[in-house]
Design a binder for this molecule. Structure first.
Ligand code: NAD
Ligand code: TDX
Length: 333
């Protein structure tokens, strides 16, 4: 199978490219990525010389670029990770989120519809369901939970989900959608909670915790997310949505304290809360378990330990981001 992966120079897309090439020796992978601030060529360095791998720099919202690449590569399947992904940036500059996440997804859907009707998988998020109250630990998001978005980021992701489902119903495009909880692991850009806390602690910077630190996220090790998407792509039912989550709910402050304990350093600084800050996310991943047999393999303590080890052993990867050097050479391969 030839799989076109968008956003493969980012965190989850990069891990997914590595996962595919490791687990499916007969597959070929085309990575399409604009290399925005979040795209790092170093993330793809381990696969850059693999003959089964091709990189194309392009913006998913640029119809001409995308159609040219689709016509040339003729993928059997498309997995769309490309997106603006950071909630705080969506609050200060929403427009780019609408362009990349909504219009970009629509261009990809059109390219699929007009150029070969490949399988299309949209990587979405649990944030499309809004949030849950802290005092109702019995409540979880299911695939039937109504969309109820809080930030421009989550609103743009919900828009993309609706377009994806519309292309299934109207044009019969074979699509699936996954909605996953918070990921963590190697190659995570150091603007998100876990990598920011690890790199700040290692560089002697304070660890900024928003509000009271009691907001809860459901953490999933990135490789478990990759395995789930891979299963959906090969065995999922077109037109369906699958929730993915780890049942690893943690308050932010507990995550930050665990990082400080593991590193033996780091100083918490409580800062102003995020506007519209979602209180709690929690996923019911029963459907993907029942239908496709997926279960997460990595518990939070083990995953956090592995992640911290990776950041300790790969200082150049994140120090080049902090210094800006990762933008010096945007060639891949
Ligand atoms: P990321 O910000 O680390 O990477 C995004 C990648 O997409 C980068 O390589 C960037 O260059 C590329 N990109 C951005 N805009 C583009 C455009 N217009 N055209 C082409 N490429 C573009 O993001 P991530 O954390 O790896 O998230 C990947 C996907 O998974 C996103 O769709 C996100 O909504 C979703 N998701 C993320 C999480 C999480 O915890 N990080 C959880 C659930 C879902
Ligand atoms: O400095 C910080 N301090 C802090 O307290 C940062 C960056 C975050 N936080 C809090 C906000 C959240 O409650 O930590 C929690 C996690 O924040 P982020 O890492 O920004 O993730 P979140 O907003 O939960 O969104 C993530 O998960 C869902 C991804 O970035 C999204 O792309 C994904 O869809």
């Amino acid at each position: 199978m030839k799989i076109l992966v968008t956003g493969g120079a980012g965190f989850i897309g990069g891990n997914f490219v590595h996962y595919l090439l490791r687990n499916h020796p007969a597959d070929r992978v085309v990575c399409l990525d604009a290399l925005t601030y979040a795209g790092n060529p170093a993330t793809l360095a381990p696969v850059a010389s693999d003959p089964r791998f091709v990189f194309a720099r392009a913006d998913i919202a640029d119809r001409t670029e995308v159609f040219t690449i689709f016509a040339r590569e003729k993928p059997d399947a498309v997995v769309n990770f490309a997106a603006e992904s950071h909630v705080d940036r969506s609050i200060s500059a929403p427009e780019v989120f609408l362009r990349a996440n909504v219009l970009g997804t629509q261009v990809l859907l059109d390219a699929c519809r007009l150029l070969g009707n490949p399988r299309f998988h949209q990587v979405s998020t649990d944030e499309v369901y809004g949030d849950l109250p802290l005092d109702r630990p019995d409540l979880f998001f299911t695939e039937e939970t109504p969309l109820h978005t809080s930030s421009p980021y989550s609103a743009s992701k919900a828009g993309a989900d609706l377009l994806t489902l519309a292309y299934f119903r109207t044009y019969g495009l074979p699509v699936t959608i996954s909605r996953c909880s918070n990921n963590y692991g190697p190659y995570h850009f150091p603007e998100k909670l876990i990598p920011l806390m690890i790199t700040n602690a290692l560089t002697g910077q304070p660890l900024p915790v928003y509000g009271d630190g009691l907001n809860v996220r459901d953490w999933l090790y990135v490789e478990d997310h990759c395995a789930a998407i891979d299963l959906i792509l090969r065995r999922g039912r077109p037109g369906e949505i699958y929730n993915i989550g780890g049942h690893n709910e943690r308050a932010n402050i507990d995550v930050v304290r665990a990082i400080i304990r593991a590193l033996g350093r780091g100083e918490i600084k409580f800062v102003k809360d995020r506007a519209g800050h979602d209180r709690r996310y929690a996923i019911d991943a029963g459907k993907i378990g029942r239908e496709l047999g997926w279960t997460p393999q990595t518990g939070f303590d083990e995953g956090l330990e592995r992640t911290i080890r990776w950041y300790r052993e790969n200082e150049t990867w994140w120090r080049d981001i902090l210094s800006g050097h990762y933008r010096d050479n945007l060639e891949i391969g």
